[in-house]
Design a protein around this ligand. Structure first.
Ligand code: GLA
Length: 366
C-alpha cells in the first residue's frame, strides 16, 4: 500500500475532506423538487492534491480501484473512482479555471456501497481540495451542483441533489433542511435527547440503478397527469387519488413524504419524529416499493428494541442501510441488540453508527 509521502514524494499542496450522509426523512423527494432532512456521517473521505511533474493526472486510492493515470489534456479516466474525480476536474475547467496535471490521493473510512453517499463525499472532497489548491471562487451550493453534475455526466448515475448538498453543507450535530427546487437550506436541531443508529443490511443494492430510473419516470408521468411541474406542487394529498394505480401509490408516497419533512422541520418531539420515520419506511415499502425483505426485517428488529423511537431504510433502497432514532445514551446497546436479532438468520449486517472505538482506530489513511 502506497503512503501519501511516497505518492507525493513529500507533502501534498492541498488537503480537504467531506462526509457522507444519512437521510432522516424525505426519501425520493429530491428529484420531485421536494424537501429532505439529512445529517452528515462521522465517516469522511479525504482528498490530497499536488501538481504532477508530467502531463498526466495520477489518482490513487487503496480502498477503491488502486491507480489511475491518464493524459491531463485529452485523456479520460476509466469507469471507477477515477471518473468521479475526473468529472470534478473537467467541470471546474469548464468554468474557465486552468487545472494543471495533478496527483490525487484518496483516503476514506466511509463504507462504499452501503448507501451513505461515498460518491458524493468523494466529489465534494475533490472540489474542496481543487478550490484550495487553485484558489478560485466557488460557494458551497454551487460546489454541490458541480458535484452532482460530475456524478450524472461522468459516473452516469442519474441522481438528485440531496447527497451532494448534504455532503457539502451538513454537519453531524444538526439536520439540514433542503428545498430541492430553490436549494434554500437551513440547519435544524436534531430531536432533543436522541442519537442515531445506522446499520448496513449487508445486502448489495443490485436493482437500485434501474429501479431508481423507473421510479423517476413514474413520478414524471404522475406530474404530467396532474398538470403540475413536479410532485412537490401537489399540496393536497387527496388529488393523487384520481391517478391510476401504481402512479397513485408513487405520488402518494412523495406528497406525504414532503409533508412529513415539513412537519419535522418545524421542530417536533423525539417521539413524533420517530413516528414520522416509521410512516416514511412503511410508505417506501408499500407505496413506493423500494424496500426489500431484509431491510424490512432490520427495521422491524430495530423498532422492537427498547430505546428506539423509529426506524426506516435510508437512501435509494433495494439494499444498503437503515437509520433509527434512539434515546440518548442507548444507541450502542440498542444497535447491538437489533443487529444480533437480524444476523441470526445468517445475515451479514454491521453497525455503521454509532462508530465503534474499533472503527475509530481503523480511521487510517488507506
Ligand atoms: C439516492 C440519490 C439521491 C436521492 C436518494 C433517494 O441517494 O442519489 O439523489 O434521490 O437516492 O432519496
Amino acid at each position: 500500500m502506497t503512503s501519501p509521502e511516497t505518492f507525493f514524494g513529500g507533502a501534498p499542496e492541498a488537503l480537504a475532506s467531506a462526509p457522507g450522509r444519512v437521510n432522516l426523512l424525505g426519501e425520493h423527494t429530491d428529484y420531485n423538487d421536494g424537501f429532505m432532512l439529512p445529517v452528515a456521517t462521522p465517516q469522511r473521505t479525504s482528498v490530497a492534491l499536488a501538481r504532477s511533474h508530467d502531463d498526466n493526472h495520477h489518482f490513487y486510492s487503496g480502498t477503491l480501484d488502486g491507480n489511475v493515470t491518464f493524459a491531463a489534456k485529452g485523456g479520460s479516466a476509466p469507469q471507477g473512482f477515477g471518473s468521479y474525480i475526473e468529472g470534478c476536474i473537467r467541470l471546474v475547467e469548464a468554468t474557465g479555471v486552468e487545472v494543471p496535471p495533478l496527483r490525487v490521493f484518496v483516503t476514506t473510512n466511509l463504507p462504499v456501497g452501503s448507501g451513505l453517499s461515498s460518491s458524493a463525499a468523494l466529489e465534494v472532497a475533490t472540489l474542496r481540495a481543487l478550490r484550495q489548491l487553485l484558489n478560485f471562487e466557488l460557494d458551497d451550493v454551487k460546489l454541490a451542483q458541480i458535484a452532482q453534475r460530475a456524478e450524472i455526466d461522468y459516473a452516469h448515475v442519474n441522481c438528485g441533489i440531496m447527497d451532494q448538498m448534504a455532503s457539502s453543507l451538513c454537519d453531524e450535530r444538526s439536520m439540514l433542511f433542503i428545498d430541492a427546487r430553490t436549494l434554500e437550506h437551513r440547519l435544524v436541531q436534531m430531536p432533543p435527547d436522541t442519537e442515531l443508529i445506522v446499520i448496513d443490511s449487508g445486502m448489495p443494492r443490485t436493482l437500485a440503478a434501474s429501479k431508481y430510473n423507473e421510479r423517476r419516470a413514474e413520478c414524471e408521468e404522475a406530474s404530467r397527469k396532474l398538470g403540475v411541474q413536479a410532485l412537490r406542487d401537489v399540496t393536497d394529498p387527496a388529488l393523487v387519488e384520481q391517478l391510476p394505480d401504481v402512479l397513485r401509490r408513487r405520488a402518494r408516497h412523495v406528497v406525504l413524504e414532503d409533508l412529513r419533512v415539513l412537519e419535522a422541520a418545524e421542530g417536533v418531539s423525539a417521539e413524533r419524529f420517530g413516528e414520522l420515520m416509521n410512516a416514511s419506511h412503511d410508505s417506501l415499502r408499500d407505496d413506493y416499493e423500494v424496500s426489500i425483505p431484509e431491510l424490512d426485517q432490520l427495521v422491524d428488529a430495530l423498532r422492537a428494541t427498547p430505546g428506539v423511537l423509529g426506524a426506516r431504510l435510508t437512501g435509494a433502497g433495494f439494499g444498503g442501510a437503515t437509520v433509527a432514532l434512539c434515546r440518548a445514551g442507548q444507541a450502542s446497546q440498542a444497535a447491538q441488540a437489533a443487529l444480533s436479532t437480524y444476523n441470526k438468520n445468517g445475515r451479514q449486517g454491521r453497525i455503521l453508527i454509532p462508530v465503534s472505538s474499533q472503527g475509530k482506530e481503523n480511521n487510517e489513511p488507506v
